[in-house]
Design a protein around this ligand. Structure first.
Ligand SMILES: Cc1ncc(COP(=O)(O)O)c(C=O)c1O
Length: 358
């Protein structure tokens, strides 16, 4: 593995760490250092380094700014009560980043090297990992096309970088259901498009629907399939689960949805508990009739940010439906407790999911 050079910030440059961990919020505070490396066609990845956190200098014609060659990831580091710091299934994030990169013709990373770079950066920044319940250090790996050129083309130059920031508990006031709005007007992704890649275009495509849903008082958008606008796909930036007739159902990975690490973990756990599980398309007609008959017991979203987000209310075609009386359901609670328990080292890690980094 190539050696990572380290240029440390001088202590006078160190940022003040936030005092109130309960008010950390998300994505506003960044640590003192970042990891970077460069790619050039014909040479491969080179110059891996840790440097003081700093703004990037890009040519205004850099291809990422025009044609969107960019991929990213999102994962967290958790501080256990013994002080040690762990990641949750981080290899899956870098494997997904490579699949995303391939889809937008960007170079792949050596997964083991990316994990080592992440480990070294977190180890240097370990004092930034908060310890209050539910808090963590968010990790954002990113890859962008940097060649200056205005013709639509593949960049011959890229940078990969990792930044870190402490983030607060997703549910500082306790585990709470969210209200979601089913978008029939906008779609996020179609088969054959970019939906399964974690790339910026998908997030740009989601903003207007999310704004309109917020204006109507809803927290998240439930996306439908692009063709029939009938089948559930994802909710906000999470995967979606339905607990119907004692069966746990989630839409299949057929190219339009992001293959979530949390989604995979929920499926793993449910199967290990010998629950009935199906990865299949589920139409809104089936969802609504399940809510009306009471056979649809729970709906929840799953993703790194919140782990599990129970859905309390669903708005579809001008009507609103309560899910499980607007309360957190027992399955959502059990999955939340179990996954959080594993992440924070409170319960045994039955599948070897946690990787110690400091
Ligand atoms: C569109 C989308 N779907 C699903 C997820 C959930 O994925 P994960 O569980 O890996 O965080 C995310 C978050 O990364 C996302 O952005």
């Amino acid at each position: 593995m190539p050696e990572i050079t380290v240029r440390k910030a001088s202590p006078v440059e160190f940022k003040k760490k936030p005092a109130a961990e309960a008010q950390l919020g998300f994505g506003k505070i960044f640590t003192d250092h970042m990891f970077l490396m460069d790619y050039e066609k014909g040479e491969g990845w080179k110059n891996p380094r840790i440097e003081p956190y700093h703004p990037l200098s890009l040519d205004p014609a850099a291809l990422v700014l025009h044609y969107g060659q960019e991929v990213f990831e999102g994962l967290k580091a958790y501080r256990w009560s013994n002080g040690q710091i762990y990641l949750f299934r981080p290899r899956m994030n870098y494997e997904r980043m490579n699949r995303s990169a391939k889809r937008v013709c960007m170079p792949e990373l050596d997964v083991e090297f990316a994990l080592e770079a992440t480990r070294q950066l977190i180890s240097l920044e370990k004092d930034w990992v908060p310890s209050a319940p539910g808090t963590s250090l968010y990790i954002r790996p990113n890859m962008i096309a940097t060649e200056a050129a205005l013709g639509v083309q593949l960049s011959k130059k890229y940078i990969f970088y990792i930044i870190l920031g402490p983030v607060g508990a997703y549910y500082p006031q306790g585990f709470n259901p969210v209200d979601i709005y089913v978008s029939e007007k906008y779609i996020r992704a179609a088969r054959g498009g970019l939906g399964e890649a974690k790339t910026l275009a998908n997030y740009a495509a989601s903003l207007l629907a999310a704004e309109e849903a917020h204006d109507l008082g809803y927290t998240q958008v439930l996306w439908l399939d692009a063709i029939e606008r009938k089948y559930a796909e994802e909710v906000g930036t999470s995967n979606i689960f339905f607990f119907l007739n004692n069966e746990l159902i989630t839409p299949p990975l057929h190219g339009t949805i992001l293959p979530g690490v949390t989604r995979d973990s929920v499926l793993h756990l449910a199967r290990s508990w010998e629950m009935k599980v199906a990865e299949r398309m589920i139409g809104l007609d089936e969802v609504i009739s399940g809510l009306e008959s009471g056979k649809l017991q729970e709906i929840f979203a799953a993703g790194t940010a919140a782990v599990i987000s129970p859905v309390g209310k669903l708005a579809y075609q001008g009507k609103t439906y309560l899910v499980n009386g607007g309360k957190v359901g027992p399955l959502a609670q059990k999955l939340y407790d179990f996954i959080m328990g594993i992440q924070y080292g409170k319960i045994k890690d039955p599948f070897g999911w946690m990787m110690r980094v400091a």
